[in-house]
Unconditional design. Sequence first.
Length: 313
Amino acid sequence: MTDLLVKGVRFALYADLMLLTGLAAFPLYAFARDDRRHPAIAAILARPLRGLCATALLLSAAGFVMLTANMHGVTPVAIDAAMLRTMIGETDVGAAWIAGMIALAVALWASRRPGTGSVRAFATVAAAGAVALATLAWSGHAGAGEGLPGTLHRASDAAHMIAAAAWLGAIMAFLLLLRPQHAIATPALPALAARSLDRFAAAGTVCVLVLTATGMINAQMIFGIGHSAALIATPYGQLLLVKLLLFGAMLALAAANRWRLTPALAASLADSDPRTAIGAIRRSLAIEAAAGLAILALVAWLGTLDPSLPTPA
């Protein structure tokens, strides 16, 4: 039960921080200046940020308690103040956790202040969320590295997570903007969403390139990319293969959205009947989001497994 709880908290924290960071960053690059100022954009995209910030603070605290328990070889209920002080004051992962909590406090402040939804507020939450997300590199396999290789691994891991956050946050933003009730309340919203879908193409390409490059670096740092045949015989390697297959599925869905469903939405707007096109692209985005969440669940699981290759007999 404890092991399952650890995986569950890790998954929830990864998902929360990625959605927080990606959703806050989305209006900064996906809308033209005039579109960005539309009141519906701020109302729809800023609203979830407060809850995501507060939840991230709670999950981060819970995750740190569980990590401390794991490193001391006790159950979470057996943790005392001395163990926590040791972790915070004498380890790199403790320092990273403090930095992440401070960043989340800044994000919560920015999401709750008057004027939430402005460019400055979105930028503050996105930057703080990215810092908090990057600190998770110290609690995974990258945190065990030392010297320059360890620093490179953590930097690569952080970039990998931030690129994933931009992708997943964009999916969430599109699903929110294309909700039928929002389209009814704000008739101009489908056209705004269609333009943002088109503008996301360049950012999405960058996300894929960063994810691919950093994924290869992380693989080399953990087990060496020349050992894939031996790795596939391990539980770690098998889960990693499933992760890669899901990533491929997300790429296929993103390509369909870009080259087929987005033009269809634009054409339907010209005909003044976008309901069918909106339904089609929302279904595709929902499947893409499910694949992304499945990948995060695998990441949470992989972080608890030993990636070591089997010793030859």
